[in-house]
Each structure stands twice: as C-alpha cells, then as structure tokens.
Design a binder for this molecule. Sequence first.
Ligand SMILES: Nc1nc2c(c(=O)[nH]1)N[C@H]1C(S)=C(S)[C@@H](COP(=O)(O)OP(=O)(O)OC[C@H]3O[C@@H](n4cnc5c(=O)[nH]c(N)nc54)[C@H](O)[C@@H]3O)O[C@H]1N2
Ligand SMILES: Nc1nc2c(c(=O)[nH]1)N[C@H]1C(S)=C(S)[C@@H](COP(=O)(O)OP(=O)(O)OC[C@H]3O[C@@H](n4cnc5c(=O)[nH]c(N)nc54)[C@H](O)[C@@H]3O)O[C@H]1N2
Ligand SMILES: [Mo]
Length: 702
Amino acid sequence: MTQKPTTVLGACPHDCPDTCSIVATVDKGRVISVQGNPDHPYTAGRLCVKVNHYEERVHSPDRVLYPLRRVGAKGEARFERISWDEALRTIGTRWKALIAEHGPQVIQPYSYLGTQGTINGLNVGDPFFNKLGAAISERTFCDSGACTGYIMTLGPTAALDPESLVHSRCILLWASNPMSTNVHMWPYVAEAQKRGAKVIVIDPVRTRSAQVADVHLALRPGTDSALALGMIHVIIRDRLVDHDYVEKYTVGFDALAKRAQEYAPERVAEITGLTVAQIEALSHDYAKAQPSAIRIGVAIERNGNGGQAVRALSALPALVGAFRKPGGGILQLPLWAFPIRWDKLMRPEWIKPGTPVRNQWKIGQDLLATDDKGPIIRSLFVYNANPMVVAAEQGLIRKGLMREDLFTVVSEHFITDTARFADIVLPATTQAEQLDLMFSWGHLYITMNQPWIAPLGEAVPNTELFRRLAREMGMDDPQFSLTDDELAQQSYDWSAPALQGITYESLKKKGWARLNLPDAAHYAPHAEGGFPTPSGKVEFEASMAAGGNFVLGVFRQGSEEFQDGSPVDSLPSWTPPKVDQHRPLTLISPKSHAFLNSGYGNMDRQLSHAGKQQVSIHPHDAARRSIVHGQIVSVTSSTGSFNALADITTDVAPGVVQSAMGYWGSGMADGAGVNSANPAHYGDLGRSPAFSDTRVEVTPAA
Ligand SMILES: Nc1nc2c(c(=O)[nH]1)N[C@H]1C(S)=C(S)[C@@H](COP(=O)(O)OP(=O)(O)OC[C@H]3O[C@@H](n4cnc5c(=O)[nH]c(N)nc54)[C@H](O)[C@@H]3O)O[C@H]1N2
Ligand SMILES: Nc1nc2c(c(=O)[nH]1)N[C@H]1C(S)=C(S)[C@@H](COP(=O)(O)OP(=O)(O)OC[C@H]3O[C@@H](n4cnc5c(=O)[nH]c(N)nc54)[C@H](O)[C@@H]3O)O[C@H]1N2
Ligand SMILES: [Mo]
C-alpha cells in the first residue's frame, strides 16, 4: 500500500516576534516542504528566508543524531558516538562527584531560546536544575531592559495589537527593522502607508525598513532617550498635549514637563546628530496624526540609556492621547496577554536561599573566575543556546571553554561553535519532531505544534532530556514524570479570560487561536486608562523607581521581580556615554536578515543569502583610515577584535560602524565574530546587554 504525502499543522519554533503557523508536508517519515498557513491571519501563507526550507534543517546531513563523546582536543570538534545510557552515566558520575566535593552550585546551566516553545524553551531545564541546587543563569539577553522601562511606565500590558496598525496615521519604527526581524508585521505597516499614514524609521542605519519608509532619521546610537525627551519638549511647547487624557490617566506630568525643558531641540540636535527641523517635524507628525503608533525593537535597550529611552517612548502615546483609538499606542511585548503559568514552568519554590545567580552575558568572565576553593564553575550545561556566538567577550568564553577541568555538556542540533568544546554532545529534536504550544511576543495568537515526524536518530525533545537527567540523578518528584501533553496543558491558565473559548483540544484541531480579546478594529485597551501600574495610571514619574533597578522574574527565574538595588531616575533621562579617545567609532551588531541569531549561520542557503561577514562604514570614516571597499579590516575594541570585509556605504551614519551578529567564528579566517569586540557591559535598566555602546577603531587587517 503506498501512502500519499500528508500535511500537519505546526508552529515556527524561533525566537522571533512572528511565531508563524506552519503547514508541513510529510512523506514516509520525511519532511518534504513547509508553507506558511494561509488560514492564519498573521502568517497569511508566508514564511521567511530562514524557515522557507525548514526541511533542510531537519534533514541536514550535519544534524547531531546520537550522543557523542569528545575524542579530540577541546574546540577541535572530534567526537565518537556513544549510547544514551553511557552519556547519561558519564554525566551522572561527574556531577555526583562534583556535588559531593564542591556542592551543586559549581554546576552552571546555560540556556536561552533555541526554541521558544512553552515546554521546550526558556524554562525547560529550570525544575531540574532548581531541584539539583545548581547555580542560576540570569537570562537578560533580550528585552529585559526594555521590559523594565516599559513596566515602570505602563505596567505589563499588551497595549497595541500589531494588526490594528492599519488604522494608524503615523508609525514610528524605533530601533526596529521589521523588514528583517518582524517580517509578518510589515504588511500592516504597508497597508497603513497605502491609506496615507507616514512611516518614520529611527535607526542609525538605513535598513531595509528605512529604505521603504517615508522618513529615515539616522540618529547616533544610544541617543534615543534624548530624542524622545526632545519630542516631549516640542509637544508641550507647541501645545500638542491631550490634556484631558493626561489629567485623567497619568501621573507626574509636571515633573516630566520640567525634565523635558532640559531637552530643547537645539540641544537634542547636538546630542543626536539630527537637525532642529527634523526633531520638530517628527514631534508634530507624531502628535497631530492620531492615532499614532510606536513600534520599538529590542535594539532600543542596547546601550546605557536604553531603558530610559523606553520610559520616554512609553510616555509619548499618553501625552498625545494616542491610546484612545485602535492603532494608537506603543507595541513592545504583547507576551503579557498570554496567561502563562511561569511558576509551573520554573518551579522557583525549589531554589534554595543563597543560590548564586550568574548573568549569561558574563559567562566568559565567570568561566575564568575562581574563589578560595578554585573555579566557581566546574561544569557547564548548555541547551537552547550558542554562547560562543551570541554572548559578549568571545575571547574569554573561548579561553573558559578550553579549560581541561571544565566538564561541558551541550544539547544541540548541530556542532555549533559552542558544541565544538563539549565533552558530551546530546542530540536534540527540531520542531518537526516535538510537541509544543507557542506563545508570541509579537502578536496575539497562541499556536500548537504537533510532531510532524518521529524523532530522527536518537534525538530527544528538551523535555525528555530533562526527564532522563532527573532519573539519572535519582529525582523522583512527579514533575519529572509529566508527559509533554501534561506539561503543555499545565503551562497555561485555561480559566483566564484571554483563553475563554479556547481549549487544548481545539488547538490540536485548528492549530492556532486568537486570544479572547477584542478584534484589531476594536483593540484599544487603554482608551480609558486602566494601566496595570501601582497607580493604575501611566507613570511619567515612576513609583517603581523607588525600589531601584530590577530584573523581571521571567528573565531571572523566580516569581518575583528582583531588585538589584542600584538607584534609578524616576523620570526619563539621558546621560552622556563614555567616550574612548582611541576608539572614536561606535559598533552596532544587529540581526542578520538570513539568520536567526546564530541559527542558520551554518546552512548553505542562508549563508549564500547573507554573504561574508562585513562591516559597514561611512565613506568619510573609511577615507580617513585609507580603507577601500571590499578589503579585510580589523575591528578592535578594548575587549577584542574581529576581521570583516569593509563595506563602504552611506547607509551608516558617520561615526557608526555596523556588523551583523550570527556568523559562526568557525567559518572565519580569524575564528572571531562580532561578539569578540563587545564588552559584557549592562545597559541602564534590567541588566540588558549594551552592545550598541561598543567603541571601536577600524584598521586595514595586517
Ligand atoms: N532575520 C532575523 N530576524 C530576527 C532575529 C534574527 O536574528 N534574524 N532575531 C530575533 C530576536 S531574538 C530579536 S530580539 C528581534 C530583534 O529585533 P530588532 O530589535 O528589530 O533587531 P535588531 O536588528 O537587533 O535591531 C533593530 C535596529 O536597531 C538599530 N539600532 C541599534 N542600536 C540602536 C540605537 O541605539 N538606537 C536606535 N534608534 N536604533 C538602533 C539597528 O541598526 C537595527 O537596524 O529580532 C528577531 N527576529
Ligand atoms: N552582538 C550581538 N549579540 C547578541 C544579539 C545582538 O543583536 N548582537 N542579540 C541577543 C539576543 S536579542 C538574543 S535573543 C540572543 C540569542 O541567543 P541564543 O538563544 O543562544 O541564540 P541562537 O543563536 O539562536 O542559539 C540557540 C541554539 O539552540 C539550538 N536549538 C534550537 N532548538 C533547540 C532545541 O529544541 N533543543 C536544543 N537543545 N537546542 C536547540 C540552536 O541550534 C542554536 O544553536 O543573542 C544575543 N546576542
Ligand atoms: Mo532576542
């Protein structure tokens, strides 16, 4: 009997705001092709350059399909196949010995969002490592600083539905490049533009999005809070404030107005590199064209003023009354609309008091750190992450991973730059081979992914990986016997209003559902205030600042926010950045169009799209350094350097150089990527990574 190809409803696993609904075609246990689900309003039948050929990732000859043990030197990537039993026994034996001698806190888990699935993603290892008593990995790679600023001002709210952008009259895309990083939002922006809305991109780089916008404002990196305060200044000065909205639904207007007086357009022009006319026009366009919308990218937070920039940007829609209508307001992280049971996912009650917390951004320093008993980390367990490429101070990470005494385990699809250093590599399934339920941080749909095919080789989902490790370590809590269906079901509060009318079973049938919220034409949750802040109002002057800087529980694995105690200005502000006399250029390292962070950085199709690692530099800056187009240059900071091909272009502002993140160092002549040059500095709020604050010099390579 011959079977015909069948289709399965899936969901894209990636750490991306779009979370697409996928129709996968499967034949004889193989994925033949994938397609965007035409029935899903947001996906609308299209995927992207990363995922259009997901079958190539699933069935890549380079997939890790069996447990492996290192036989070469660290970093050499020479491995031999072993059984799961042997892999688990090796890990169990090493860990039990380490725990007996040094305690469990010398074991460092390290993970991020290789898959964003609710059960296989950010928190999948937390119950296991909390029960074990291992050190905590603080995960502030992405949006932690922006979330802190946003929540201080507006509270955890999905204030704007991206689908309602079609009703906007003016859209500011601020440190956001949706044509590359949020492609399924673009049709809504384009439709608004067709209906006469003005689209304004605020970005030091003339990105794909900037090229199709009506206005591009190329400000200096890290000056966003000054620009936003300048807008507030002009809006107040020119009587464009919606005083009725401000009186009813905000607190701290007088204090904000006083602060904004310090940001006259003339001063802001000097800070940002824009002209007074540009700043005034931006303010007038934004305030007068109601409803107006702001879409902030995650990149807004990547500097010493990023969190405060988000505070100022979150204040703007209240000031001009933009929240009154669908299509007005600010779009940050609509994840807040999903009733996720983080407590069930993390089991934070198992964290023992005094457990050390190590920020993933500083892993290089921590791998080399010692106390009076020796190295503070003796075993590193990496899953859903590729720190060698994505974390700062790559040189230190390499040095740390080379440590002969460090016992490193990596669960992966591929032998990544990180996995090259592993003692044991464990095979992980792709989304095609696992069950998961997907939230979204870019829209208001929940999506179900049912396995499309059986696991390949001996690959296992992360859920199963931790069930096996728990058994090996002798844990018998019922948590570690939950099936994937049970885990998925218990990770949401199905009685919450947002899930009314949606059941687990209905998701299995249809594949997706819009949360039970007003439709896009009627979505204006703050038309009459109702902000989830301590005062219930927009806090121009933030009461939460009194507790000092904080990291939200989602990023730090605990149910409560974590106050780090350092003081925070209760009003939005701008502080001059540190300059480096010897390194006058600012390096920014945004996302690559064809990669997903470092994902697909090893795949031919995406590599041929992305080309070689380049560094974009303005013609004036290049001429001063006798750099010619296409030559190999070194980009050097106080932390390290990497080589790239010079791309001389007016697409970057003078003083700014740009080089995309995501390239694998193992593919480069000098083995180094852009994160070699990025120091592990934090931004001002939420311990965000400050990788738009890196000062560099560029020279022809030796
Ligand atoms: N193709 C693709 N899509 C992705 C990803 C990917 O790797 N590739 N990654 C996903 C993830 S994890 C995330 S977090 C999102 C990120 O989504 P975005 O935040 O949109 O992505 P970035 O490319 O990091 O930054 C956006 C823009 O901010 C600009 N920028 C940098 N510094 C500053 C600054 O100080 N001020 C201003 N105004 N602009 C600045 C950059 O030039 C860049 O064009 O994308 C997601 N989508
Ligand atoms: N310079 C610079 N650095 C950055 C950024 C930047 O813009 N510039 N962006 C930052 C941001 S916003 C983010 S979100 C982080 C991203 O940091 P990471 O989440 O570490 O990024 P990825 O490169 O996607 O690495 C995820 C790895 O998980 C693997 N993986 C995928 N699915 C699974 C699975 O189901 N199981 C297991 N075990 N593994 C799986 C993938 O193969 C991949 O190697 O990078 C940060 N670093
Ligand atoms: Mo991210």
